[in-house]
Design a protein around this ligand. Structure first.
Ligand code: DGL
Length: 271
């Protein structure tokens, strides 16, 4: 048993897709979430910058004596994780492995769509792992640089012309290939899951990397004897690098839980 918190981070709201699932599957765990909202989006930045930001995010969360770190960000998982994970003495879990595992399990026609940030798509990290697990798979991918800013600005609902237009434009070529599975390779995208699903149609299974990773973490903690005690009086804390108010409102809506009062400002410049 280990009652220390789990650290989770993303550039913004996207990592809450992992937090939501962690809360559901591991209701006794303390969670500390960091959203680097002052620097979102990460996905159009260089590898060096993404690595630098990731190290600062990790250093901040490590200051809380966490027992495991969830990189609930596709961009950091694809671009920085390989380089940095051995530098820290704690389990660090990225989203690529769990998302790919699920995708190859559910595809029937072995045509897998993949969308993500520019950094994630260019890294080809998802493609490599899919082909390792399923060499005959066909992968159809697209970078979608406008989706994260739209999500961060609350343009997430069905009927919102901006998000619907962007989704259609990015997904049209992938849909035309007849994929039956679509990896939402950036953790922000499940927040527009309804809009994406409406466009892709019922026959296409959407994979949420954050949610898949949370399930993987639940299993891992159990196997390593790192789960919190049942009935432990657990806490959720959230940190952001920009407006506390904006994030509190958006996170409360998404998590269907009032987190106002649990959100504080983080200063990453000291790391
Ligand atoms: N949620 C991050 C990801 O999964 C967003 C990336 C960004 O900030 O551009 O890639």
């Amino acid at each position: 048993m280990d009652n220390r918190p789990i650290g989770v981070f993303d550039s913004g709201l996207g990592g809450l897709t992992a937090v939501q699932k962690l809360m559901e599957e591991l209701p006794d765990e303390d969670i500390i979430y960091l959203g680097d909202t002052g620097r979102v989006p990460y996905g159009g930045r260089s590898k060096e910058t993404i690595i630098k930001y990731a190290r600062q995010d990790i250093a901040f969360l490590k200051s809380f004596d966490i027992k495991a770190m969830v990189i609930a960000c596709g961009t950091v998982s694809t671009t920085a994780l390989g380089e940095i994970k051995d530098d820290y003495n704690l389990p660090i879990i990225g989203v690529v492995g769990p998302a790919v595992k699920k995708a190859v399990e559910v595809t029937r026609n072995k045509k897998i769509g993949l969308i993500g940030t520019v950094a994630s798509i260019n890294s080809r990290a998802y493609d490599r792992l899919i082909l390792e697990k399923m060499p005959e798979a066909e992968i159809f991918s697209a970078a979608c640089p406008l989706l994260v800013p739209l999500v961060e600005n609350g343009r997430i609902n069905r009927g919102d012309i901006m998000i619907e237009t962007a989704v259609r434009e990015y997904l049209e070529p992938i849909k035309a290939q007849g994929v039956d599975t679509l990896i939402l390779g950036c953790t922000h995208y499940p927040l527009i899951g309804e809009v994406i699903s409406d466009y892709m149609g019922e026959g296409v299974t959407l994979i949420s990397p954050g949610a898949e990773t949370a399930s993987y973490v639940a299993k891992l903690l159990g196997e390593r004897g790192l789960s919190a005690e049942s009935g432990h009086n657990n806490k959720y804390r959230f940190f952001v690098t920009d407006s506390v108010d904006e994030f509190s409102k958006a996170a409360s809506l998404f998590l269907k839980k009032n987190v106002q009062g649990e959100v504080n400002k983080a200063d990453l410049s000291i790391y």
